[in-house]
Structures are given as C-alpha cells and as structure tokens.
Design a protein around this ligand. Structure first.
Ligand code: GLC
Ligand code: CA
Length: 568
C-alpha cells in the first residue's frame, strides 16, 4: 500500500482538522490554565493521531469574559497563554512536524475592553466614533431600542445602552462583545492588517468566528417573525437580512484576496509532495442550509470551506444521516468539499448525543472519517470524552448568566442541548490521574476534570488495541493512505438494508466500501466482489464472505471499511 497523495489539489482539500481549545488542552506551568507551551508539548499526539491541521481557538489578548472570543488586541497573546514568541514557536514546531496551523479570527465583534471600543464609546465625535454600530434610540428620551434585532440567544435584544454617548450599540453575541462596523473602510483595513500580521508569521489559514453575522442590513430595518429550528435550537426570528447576506459573501472574497497575497509564501511544511503548497485556507463558522452556505465558496473564490453543522446536532438514524449526505453532496459537488463536524467547544459531546453508547460513537467516527469532505475533530473526541455536568450556579461560561439567568437548574439538567458550554470544555485527559495530566497534580484546573478520565485518557487508550483512540488512529491512517478515501468520489451504495448506511469511495483505480449498521440486529451489506479486504472495523466480529452474493457481515451498531479489488 503506497501513499499516493493527489498533488494537483490544494493541501486542505484532503485534510483533516483537529480543534484545540487552548485553555483546556495542556497547562505547562501549573497555573491550572492551558497555554501555548502546553500545546507545543503535545504536538506529537496530533502527529500519531494522524490529523493534518490544527485549528486553535483564540488565545489573543482578552479579558476572557467569553474565554478569548472577546479580543482586546488581535496582534498580541493573552499573558496566561504565553507570548508572541510562543505563538511563533507553535507555528514553527507544528510546521516542522508537517502539521498546518489555523488560528481563530473573531471578526464580528471585539471585547468591550478593546482600545478601539473604549475610544469609540467615549463620545459621538472621536476618531473611532463609527468603528462600531451606534444608533440613536427611539422615543422622546431615546431610551427605546433602535429596532427589534435580537442577540444570538434571541431572548434578549442585541442593543446595549451606553450612557456616555446616550446611544445604543449593537452586540449580537453578548453585551461585552460590541459588533464592529465593517462598512467603515478603516475598520476593514485594521482587521485585514491583523490578518496579515498572522499570515506573515506563517499561519496556514483561519477559522472565521460567527462569519455570517458580520455584514448586516445597512438600513437597520426590523426583522420579521419566523419560528423555525436551526442546528437543534428553536429560533423565533427571520435572520435573512442580518445573516449570510450578499455583502457578507463579498467580504469572504475580500478576505480571500488578503490571504492570496501570502499564497506560496513561507517555508515548506514538513516533507513530502504537498510541503510547498502554501495556499492559506479559510473555514467559516456559518449557520444555515447547505445550499445557502455554498454561496460563500462559489466559483472557487471566497471561503474554501464552510462548516456544515447539521451533524453537530445529529439524529442517530440512517435515513436522517443519508438525507444530510445527499444534501451536502448536492450543495458541495466536487471539487468543493463539505465540512463535517460532530463536536466542538460549543455543543454536546458525541458520546452524550448517542446516549453514552460507545458502539454508536465508533460508528459515527467511521462515518465522519470516510465521508467525502474535510472532517473536523474536537480535542477529546478521539477518546470519547463525555460531557461533564456542571450546575449553572458554578458556570464560568457567561452565556447562561447573561441571557438566561432565571433558568431553573432542574430544567437545565433535562435539556437535550447543553447551555453551559463549560460542560464540553473540561480539560483534555492525558492520563487517569485526578488532574488527568492536564496540569500539575497539586494545581487546581480552571474547570474540573471529568470522572470518565479513568478510561477516556490518552495513556491508557494508547496501549489498548480496542480503544476509541486506536480506532481514530486507524481510520485516519487509512484515510491518508488511500486516495479513494481522502480525495475520491462518493456514491451511495444501492441495496443497503434498512437502518444501514453504505457508500463507495472511488478514484480511477481504487474502490472502498463503507458500511454502517445503525440497528440492533445483524445485517449483511453486499460487496459486489469476492475480492474484498477489511481495512477497519469498529467491532471484532465483522466478517466478509465470498458466497454467491459476497457481503460484509455487521453485528448490531457496527461499521466497517472494506477495500474492494477487481476480481483477479
Ligand atoms: C462562536 C464561538 C463561540 C463564541 C461565539 C462568540 O459561536 O464558537 O464559542 O462564544 O462565537 O464569539
Ligand atoms: Ca498555564
């Protein structure tokens, strides 16, 4: 089996991405908070796992009210995470190992403690007076909000009163995160310069936070009522004039032009045929139907990738998953790549979503890593870390305290979606000790470790051939080794039994069948050839027969990846 990477396609098109939440990955100095030096210490974990790129959540200067998604200086590092030198070291050390590095750009808003905002709010006529979205209020005293725009939580308004200016400012996420005025040329240039700052230091691209919210309706007209459900949450308002607008698609193209200034610039990343490919990649955090999001990457311009979040709130159901796959294949046909996500730092862990059933989590890992597209993993997913229940009164995540302070704990405990994001941000589990190897044994980690560290930890799973970590490593190894898996086409296999998903990934000379049984009975999925070799299976009892109708036999809740060779 030789490695035959497709050298004409850009590096990112066959990449896998691993998300690091720096505060919780590894603490190198025992203050209980993860840091950049800690990430560098653990880079080899990513190498042995077999991912190609890491996306690092924000570590820039910040008062940490939203744990880094409230930036007070885009070109500096928060002291608790390290220094600019550490950030450079992280890029260089990753590159030396052949890993690409994506940073997280928070474009929609800054912290209210960013000097730009401090100045902007000081008067109506300072130099940065229009850098944010200020509006006069309605009513005689101007104390009625300018319009009915809601914050992302929808329960509260997006407008915040500022006594100093006696005006309202827009804050789509939280009051401490005022929205920038991207229609102001100086704002665009200042932000583009921050992008260049990191591109110059060699970063391979960016994940773009809340990207679809950046360019809102310039007329500030009220939004209409439109009850619907989006990524698993009930929504009340129509956001089509404030989200995913045409202007926002244009901004994607403008940002891409900034990145293009650096395409091809910089030393090679690792060794191998792709090492000199320095195209910078943009991945957008966007919400909406796949066909709508596709506009952000149309004509090979704009963002190369947009997260498709449907799997993040998935139903463990073959028909539901198949419908999404068909939808994504249609919206993102080759050479475009859909971007699948099962976990991130905002939503419930996969293991909890499948009712704690490890077999189902193994099936979903196989699905994620064998579909056509760019899969993203979140730290700890490769161990099947589970949510850590933390009552609201102990929450550090400001989201509940800001938007839903009245929510009773009894209700919180029963919600299908976790509101307190701390529950999915507890430390990465490197071993089974009380602090999970995240920080010094004597230190207090910023969030408690999960009791599942007894089994969901790197040290123990590393040695266990049946562990989740071993499964992820095998899947990623096969994905990298087989062109059909990392850059082949995808065709759903006809004749898969009910409750089963099956597809064939293929290139000119290679065909690989993926079959996943999401039911509680055993099934047989025809292989079409007697010449089949099992590459990966999520359970030990998977077999392939060469009967008259050759098939792969799958027990309950189990998946397999099978290399199909033409009959000799
Ligand atoms: C995105 C991030 C989330 C953050 C928010 C505000 O949704 O994923 O963690 O709090 O944007 O920047
Ligand atoms: Ca630290």
């Amino acid at each position: 089996m030789t490695e035959r990477p497709n050298v004409t396609a850009p590096w990112w098109s066959s990449a896998t991405v691993y998300q690091i939440y720096p505060r919780s990955f590894r603490d190198s100095n025992g203050d209980g908070i993860g840091d950049l030096a800690g990430i560098i210490e653990k880079l080899d974990h990513l190498v042995t796992l077999g991912v190609d790129a890491m996306w690092v959540s924000p570590f820039f200067a910040s008062p940490q009210q939203d744990f880094g998604y409230d930036v007070s200086d885009y070109c500096d590092v928060a002291a608790e995470y390290g220094t600019l030198h550490d950030a450079q070291l992280l890029i260089d050390e990753a590159h030396r190992r052949g890993l690409r590095v994506l940073f997280d750009l928070v474009l929609n808003h800054t912290s209210d403690q960013h000097p730009w905002f401090t100045e902007s709010r000081s008067s109506r006529d300072n130099q940065r007076a229009d850098w944010y979205l200020w509006r006069d209020g309605r009513g005689a005293d101007g104390r009625r909000r300018p319009n009915n725009w809601r914050s992302v939580a929808e329960i509260t308004s997006a407008w915040q009163w500022c006594e100093q200016r006696r005006q309202w400012y827009l804050a789509t996420f939280m009051p401490c995160q005022p929205d920038l005025n991207w229609r102001h040329p100086e704002v665009r240039e200042a932000m583009f310069d921050a992008v260049r700052f990191w591109l110059e230091r060699g970063v391979d691209g960016f994940r773009l936070d809340m990207f679809g919210d950046v360019m809102k309706d310039p007329t500030f007209a009220n939004v209409g009522l439109r009850p619907h459900v989006a990524t698993g949450l009930p929504r009340l308002f129509d956001r089509s004039t404030v989200q995913n607008t045409e202007d926002n698609v244009q901004l994607a193209r403008d940002l891409r032009s900034v990145c293009r200034e650096y395409d091809g610039v910089g030393s090679p990343v690792g060794a191998g045929p792709r090492s000199a490919d320095r195209e910078r990649v943009l991945i957008g955090e966007l919400f909406g139907p796949a066909a709508e999001l596709r506009r952000f990457s149309a004509d090979g311009d704009g963002l190369q990738l947009v997260f498709l979040f449907d799997f993040l709130t998935m139903h463990y159901d073959a028909d539901w998953l198949r419908d999404r796959i068909i939808e994504f294949e249609r919206a993102f046909p080759e050479p475009a790549q859909p971007t699948y996500v099962l976990e991130n730092h905002d939503r419930t862990r996969l293991l909890d979503r499948v009712g704690g059933d490890l077999r189902k989590a193994r099936v979903m890992a196989t699905v994620l890593l064998t579909l056509r597209g760019v899969p993203t993993l979140y730290q700890g997913q490769e161990l099947a870390q589970s949510n850590t229940y933390i009552p609201l009164r102990d929450a550090q995540d400001p989201i509940v305290r800001t938007h839903l302070p009245w929510l009773p704990e009894a209700v919180n405990r029963r919600l299908p979606e976790r509101l307190n994001r701390d529950e999915v941000r507890t430390p990465m589990q490197w071993n089974s000790s009380p602090n999970a190897g995240f920080t010094d044994p004597a230190a207090t980690p910023w969030l408690p470790t999960n009791a599942d560290r007894g089994t969901a930890n790197v040290a123990d799973q590393d040695r266990d051939p049946d562990s989740m970590l071993t499964l992820y490593r095998s899947l990623l190894r096969q994905r990298r080794a087989h062109p059909a898996l990392h850059s082949g086409r995808l065709d759903l296999a006809p004749g898969a039994p009910a409750g089963t998903l099956a597809w064939v990934r293929s290139t000119g000379d290679e065909q690989i069948l993926v079959a996943a049984n999401l039911t509680d009975r055993s099934v047989q999925v025809p292989t079409g050839t007697a010449n089949a070799e099992l590459l990966v299976a999520t359970a030990a009892d998977v077999t392939i027969d060469d009967a008259a109708t050759p098939a792969v036999h799958l027990g309950p809740q189990c998946a397999a990846v099978v290399l199909l060779s033409p009959a000799p």
